[in-house]
Design a protein. Structure first.
Length: 502
């Protein structure tokens, strides 16, 4: 397994170093979501109470992750990049170990090419998404349950880890727990059917206890700060009742669960990693058991886990480009089927570890170069920090001096100005999210009227001149336009503006 660790580690580092905007190779990760997470995590580790003093609607474990990234590196995403590498490395290792359940010596070369396929896809977006970080946890769950079905054994520690990770996912984004719910049900069913009912009950309680264990830190945290209402009201109530785009009906719900994942899988920008998922799923489901030795319960488990993930992500009708990324854990179905069909190219044909490593590195090199024109992120390579509005505005704020350098990100998601300035916002609605947008902007309008912050950053979702920026009037009445510039991101140009209190 040492060779596996080397190949997976190098593949994860190279792929993310070239294609993630969190990488030191890039001037900045300008993705709004990543900056919101970073601001919330920074606020938490610097003493602010999330949900009660800073508003966003993702889960506390995600903010803790970004808080750790902030502690590693304050004004950039280098800490997040390190965490990305660790997470992707673990995903690749568990994926390879899952393949090993079906073959003694599978070739390692598939791991680097599949890794590159994921990070250059449209689903990877800019780097740093929760869906990306979930891959390591989900792949471990898939490996653990298939190992149980193959060997008939599972360690209590494995159940504890999976239960705890289920809790972590629930308190990060609860729509991602479908795979772990299937893990729990299949595990209990397996032992119950085998007549080991006491073991089934025992392991079920262990799993549930581990989920509760993952919840305890937040019960303590929000209890100390008397913020249970803010926690549950924001993370659970708002996400359940404010976020879905469709009113509930059986027909619409079924359509969301079927049509949206299908559209994701066949989307051109995702085919680099979804093609193996599709081909592998067809083979895993339909290849005869006499040839593959794949049991009925294994097939049910895999497709139930995939269905659980898809249902959780798409049931509300929203369709963000990264929602389907967790399905990447099923890409290993393709080499599994290929190995069971005796395709020699997927077997370890190398005569020594050296040649196995050499082949894998050649494949990694070719894939890395081939992926460069495909990735949506590489346009930012070579761009200097001074060209980005976040750094341009931050420099002007620093040069202006003064004790007060407070700022408000007005009317749109966090553009990264708080990150570059290493600021914790002074207001609750420090940016405008896509959840309760009208309510948030109305409160931010009051911030402007009260002139709570010295500076304001606003935007227009298109290129415009200074005259068009002089709206809304509530902004121009209390603040003076200092600078503005265009910024290219996600195939569009936007205009960012810096304002100072009159």
């Amino acid at each position: 397994m040492v060779l596996c660790y080397l190949v997976c580690g190098i593949s994860a580092f190279v792929a993310l170093f070239i294609y993630s905007k969190c990488s030191p190779l890039y001037p900045f990760n300008d993705w709004y979501d990543a900056n919101v997470f970073f601001t919330m995590g920074k606020g938490m580790v610097r003493g602010r109470v999330i949900y009660a003093e800073l508003y966003d609607h993702k889960g506390p474990y995600l903010y803790l992750l970004y808080g750790i990234g902030y502690l590693i590196s304050h004004c950039d995403f280098y800490g997040i990049f390190l965490l990305e590498v660790i997470s992707l490395f673990l995903f690749l290792v568990f994926s390879y170990r899952t393949i090993c359940l079906y073959a003694e010596r599978p070739a390692l070369w598939f791991m680097p090419v599949y890794c590159i396929g994921i990070v250059i896809s449209g689903a990877f977006v800019h780097g740093g998404s929760l869906e990306e970080f979930s891959l390591s946890m989900l792949s471990y769950a898939l490996y653990s349950i298939l190992r149980l079905l193959k060997t008939g054994e599972i360690k209590t520690g494995t159940v504890v880890i999976n239960g705890f990770l289920a809790g972590v996912l629930f308190w990060s984004k609860f729509t991602l727990v479908g795979a772990h719910a299937v893990f729990f049900l299949i595990m209990v069913f397996y032992f119950w059917k085998a007549g080991q009912r006491r073991e089934a009950i025992h392991l079920g309680l262990v799993f549930a206890g581990a989920v509760i264990l993952a919840t305890v830190p937040w019960l303590i945290y929000f209890g100390i700060h008397n913020a249970y209402a803010s926690w549950f009201g924001t993370y659970l109530w708002d996400n359940i009742y404010s976020y879905p785009t469709d009113k509930f009906s059986f027909g619409k719900t079924l359509r969301n669960i079927v049509v949206l994942p299908k559209a994701f899988l066949i989307r051109k920008g995702n085919l680099m990693f979804t093609a193996p998922i599709i081909l592998g799923a067809v083979g895993y489901l339909f290849l005869p058991g006499k040839i593959t030795q794949i049991g009925i319960l294994e097939r049910i488990t895999v497709f139930a886990m995939a269905g659980g993930l898809a249902a959780g992500q798409y049931i509300g009708g929203a369709d963000q480009s990264y929602y389907g990324l967790p399905l990447a854990i099923f890409g290993i179905l393709f080499p599994i089927c290929a190995l069971l069909l005796k395709w020699t190219c997927f077997s370890d044909f190398a005569k020594s570890p050296f040649w196995g490593m050499a082949v894998s590195m050649v494949v990694l090199g070719i894939s890395s170069v081939a992926g460069y024109p495909i990735s949506d992120n590489t346009y930012l390579l070579g761009v200097s920090k001074a060209e980005l509005p976040q750094f341009r505005f931050a420099e002007q704020i620093r040069q202006a001096g003064g004790e007060e350098q407070t700022i408000l990100n007005y009317g749109f998601l966090d553009c990264g100005i708080y990150t570059v300035l290493d600021q914790v916002p002074d207001v609750y609605y420090f940016c405008s999210t896509n959840l309760n947008y009208d309510k948030i902007v109305s409160v931010q309008d009051k911030y402007l009227k009260d002139q709570i912050t010295r500076y304001v950053v606003s935007w227009k979702p298109y290129q415009c001149d200074a005259e068009e920026l002089l709206q809304p009037s509530v902004l121009t009445e209390y603040y003076e336009l200092k600078d503005y510039c265009d910024h290219y991101m996600e195939c569009y140009y936007y205009t960012y503006a810096l304002w100072e209190r009159k």
